[in-house]
Design a protein around this ligand. Structure first.
Ligand SMILES: [Zn+2]
Ligand SMILES: [Zn+2]
Length: 316
C-alpha cells in the first residue's frame, strides 16, 4: 500500500534525499500526499545512443535525471506528470531487451531495464500509480502523445526525400509530429502543435501538408493518416529515441557505464506485480474498481512484428 507511506518518516526522508541529490538543479519535490514509490537506474534511448538515467517514481510524477555521481548527485531534472503517462511494452530483439515506451503529451521515449523482472516491476508500479491517479481524478487516460524520435543512428539519409546524406554539414533534424529524421530542406516549415509547445515547431514536409488540412484542435498523431512510413516505422522501432523539444538536451555527461548494476528499490506494495492486469495498457478507471484482490495474472509477452534493428545504436 502506497497510502500507508504518505505520512511516514521514511518517505519524508527519501524525498529529502532525492531533493538533495539534485541540489539546485532540481525543484522541491516534497509535497502533501506525495509518496516516493520507487527508484532505480534505467537505460534511456536518447537522440544519439542509450544512456543511463536515474528514475524516481512518485505517486503523481515520474522524475529522472542525468547521473553525475551514482546515488549522490544528479542533474538535468525532468518531471513528467503521471496522469498523462502511458506505457507500452516492446518485444525483445537481438540488440535490445526489456524495453518499453514511456509516452506523454510533451515527451515520449524508450527505456530499458537490466532484467525482465525489473521491467515487470517498473511497468507494474508505474501503471498502478497511473491507474490510482486516474481513478481518483475521474480523468481519462491521455491518448494524444508526442512522437518518439527516431535515433540519429537509424537514419544515414533523410527519411523524407531519401536522398540527402547526413554529414557534419548536412545536419539531421527531427520532425516534432512524426519523429522522423529529415534534412533541413525537407523540414523547413513549422507548425503549431499546441500539446507540445506554445511556439510553432519544426515538422517534415509530409506532416506539414497533412497538418494544414486537419482542424487545429487535433494535435499530433490524432489523424490515422498521419502514419506515414516514418511514423509507422517509428511505432515498431524499438530503438526510438527521445522526443525532446531541445535538440541538445541529451549531451554527454559523466557516464556510469562501468558501474555494477543496482537493482531498483520499490517502497510500495509488492503485490502490485501480481495485481497488474495488463502491463501494456492502462485500464479504464471504471474497470479498476474491483479492488486489489484480483487473481494474479502473468503479464502476456507481447508478440509484435520484428522491430527495426539498430545499425550502430549501442555505444554503451
Ligand atoms: Zn530530405
Ligand atoms: Zn513528420
Amino acid at each position: 500500500m502506497v497510502d500507508r507511506l504518505v505520512n511516514s518518516e521514511a518517505n519524508t526522508r527519501r524525498i529529502a534525499s532525492v531533493e538533495n541529490c539534485f541540489g539546485s538543479s532540481g525543484v522541491p519535490l516534497a509535497m502533501q500526499g506525495r509518496v516516493l514509490v520507487g527508484e532505480g537506474v534505467l537505460t534511456k534511448m536518447c537522440r544519439k545512443r542509450p544512456k543511463s538515467r536515474q528514475f524516481f517514481l512518485f505517486n503523481d510524477i515520474l522524475v529522472y535525471g542525468n547521473i553525475v555521481i551514482g546515488k549522490k548527485k544528479y542533474n538535468k531534472q525532468h518531471i513528467m506528470p503521471l496522469e498523462e503517462v502511458s506505457l507500452e511494452s516492446i518485444a525483445d530483439n537481438q540488440t535490445y531487451r526489456n524495453g518499453w515506451y514511456i509516452r506523454t503529451t510533451t515527451k515520449s521515449f524508450v527505456v530499458f531495464a537490466a532484467t525482465s523482472t525489473e521491467k515487470q516491476e517498473w511497468m507494474a508500479h508505474i501503471n498502478k500509480c497511473v491507474e490510482d491517479l486516474l481513478r481518483k481524478s475521474g480523468k481519462k487516460p491521455v491518448e494524444n502523445h508526442a512522437a518518439v524520435w527516431v535515433p540519429d543512428t537509424d537514419a544515414s539519409v533523410c527519411m523524407h526525400c531519401k536522398k540527402t546524406q547526413f554529414t557534419f554539414i548536412q545536419r539531421r533534424h527531427h520532425c516534432r509530429n512524426c519523429g522522423a529524421v529529415v534534412c533541413a530542406g525537407c523540414s523547413a516549415k513549422k507548425f503549431m502543435l499546441p500539446q507540445q509547445s506554445t511556439k510553432a515547431l519544426r515538422v517534415c514536409d509530409a506532416c506539414y501538408e497533412r497538418l494544414k488540412h486537419v482542424p487545429s484542435s487535433l494535435g499530433s498523431g490524432e489523424d490515422p493518416a498521419a502514419a506515414t512510413g516514418a511514423a509507422s516505422g517509428n511505432k515498431l522501432n524499438t530503438t526510438a529515441g527521445d522526443s525532446s523539444n531541445d535538440e541538445d538536451s541529451d549531451e554527454e555527461t559523466a557516464s556510469p557505464g562501468g558501474e555494477s548494476h543496482d537493482e531498483p528499490r520499490f517502497y510500495g506494495d509488492s503485490s502490485v506485480l501480481s495485481a497488474v492486469e495488463d502491463s501494456s495498457t492502462i485500464t479504464s478507471p471504471s474497470s479498476a474498481t474491483t479492488g486489489s484482490l484480483e487473481a494474479p495474472q502473468v503479464t502476456p509477452s507481447v508478440q509484435s512484428p520484428p522491430a527495426a534493428v539498430a545499425t550502430t545504436g549501442s555505444h554503451c
